[in-house]
Design a protein around this ligand. Structure first.
Ligand code: ADP
Ligand code: MG
Length: 378
């Protein structure tokens, strides 16, 4: 999915207020009625039509009819816009460059912050799989659709950021977390390649042991990655591995912990055997090696990503797996990721950060910072 950074440049204060109002309204309404948009945006109901038409034309919102009324809802581009606006105000994103990854449920871009340092922006897109094969796109916007893609994508980003922070603080080889808002995270850009792209390794046994040690070290800290495979392990030129992609991490006290632990171990064993012809009789076992010494799982829960968040996200991911949309992936090695061509990517290096910055004090409750409403059920 393309990231239309160009939309950032031409947005009036009113457009932004209407967009924000639709976001807030969608916490309680799958389709937000115009009267509510008017109330939340503090704009006259007669006046909002123009802005709504404009936002629809730019594909930031979509209109949708229920049996009772015509209303509006955010689509991904609109949600992207709101997140980028916030990240840009905070100085974490100043320009958006090349797309470097299309994950199953994410889009990854190189960006630069106000400090001009390059970083990575990961936009979580949960629900993309679930809806990919739905012919009738209207199903995607079904009024009773719950939990929504927006809510699940935000939970996924919150979780990934919380885990990345805790792991980074404890010296695990993961990208440095920089910022998070809505469904987006900003993290360090790694100078490393996915293991999947590495055809030959001088000493496969060395990397194999390092990876198994990493699985064990995580478990001793109370954590299981849950998707520990050649796509989510990046390798630096010096051969050292870095772990990415944390939305599916679980605690070693999870009911299926042993299953997840063994699956991570098996992924590595299978890949090393298939790709490098390397096999070892040594591999960690949950019962012997996963005895917990530290409580990072508890620390993450204390960081704001609650147990309730965790279980909601988990059941969503599990339902996708049950539908045959498994996150954990066993693609054959020939299949290349599909990246958009250059023309499809819109670059933005000068969008206006102050636009829409001037809302009056009545708007305090429509502040676009999501940090305060973590436990809202939108
Ligand atoms: P998904 O959840 O969609 O699998 P990932 O977080 O695994 O997304 O990222 C997908 C791909 O993007 C990775 O395989 C890697 O090539 C690239 N990538 C992700 N994060 C970084 C990063 N911090 N630095 C460099 N490349 C990254
Ligand atoms: Mg991944």
């Amino acid at each position: 999915m393309k990231l239309d950074a160009k939309a950032m440049r031409y947005m009036s204060t009113e457009d932004f207020r209407v967009l924000t109002a639709i976001e807030i309204g969608s916490r309680n309404h799958d389709i937000v009625p115009a009267t509510l948009i008017s109330q939340l945006s503090h704009l006259r109901s007669g006046g909002i039509n123009k802005f709504i038409t404009d936002l629809i034309k730019r594909k930031l919102i979509a209109s949708e009819s229920t049996s009772k009324y015509v209303g509006y809802k955010l689509v991904y581009a609109g949600y992207d816009y709101l997140a980028l606006k916030t990240l840009s105000k905070r100085g974490s994103v100043a320009s958006v460059g090349n797309q470097i990854g299309v994950g199953k449920e994410s889009d990854i871009f190189v960006i630069a912050g106000d400090n001009e340092e390059q970083a990575v922006l990961k936009l979580h897109r949960l629900g993309r799989l679930s809806f990919r094969n739905v012919k009738n796109k209207r199903d995607y916007f079904r009024p009773d659709q719950s939990p929504s893609w927006m809510y699940m994508s935000r939970l996924s980003a919150m979780k990934e950021f919380a885990f990345m922070q805790v792991l980074h603080q404890h010296g695990f080889p993961v990208p440095k977390p920089i910022d998070q808002n809505r469904h987006c995270i900003v993290m360090e850009l790694l100078d490393a390649h996915p293991l999947r792209q590495i055809e030959k390794i001088g000493e496969p046994g060395k990397l194999y042991s390092e990876l198994m040690d990493l699985i064990v070290r995580l478990a001793k800290h109370g954590l299981i990655h849950g998707d520990f495979n050649e796509f989510n392990i990046l390798v630096r030129d010096d051969g050292s591995p870095i772990l990415i992609d944390f939305p599916q991490m679980v605690s070693t006290s999870h009911a299926n912990a042993e299953f997840y632990f063994n699956r991570d171990v098996d992924c590595i064993r299978t890949f090393f055997k298939r790709r490098y012809g390397y096999e070892s009789v040594l591999y960690p076992k949950f019962a012997l090696d996963a005895n917990k010494e530290f409580d990072l799982d508890v620390q993450v829960a204390a960081s704001g990503f609650t147990k309730k968040d965790q279980s909601q996200l988990e059941s969503f991911l599990e339902s996708e797996q049950a539908d045959g949309l498994a996150h954990n992936n066993d693609d054959d090695d020939n299949e290349e990721e599909e990246l958009p061509s250059d023309e499809e990517i819109v670059y933005a290096d000068d969008y206006d950060k102050d636009e829409a910055g001037s809302r009056d004090s009545k708007d305090a409750d429509t502040e676009d910072d999501e940090d305060q409403d973590d436990d809202e059920d939108n």
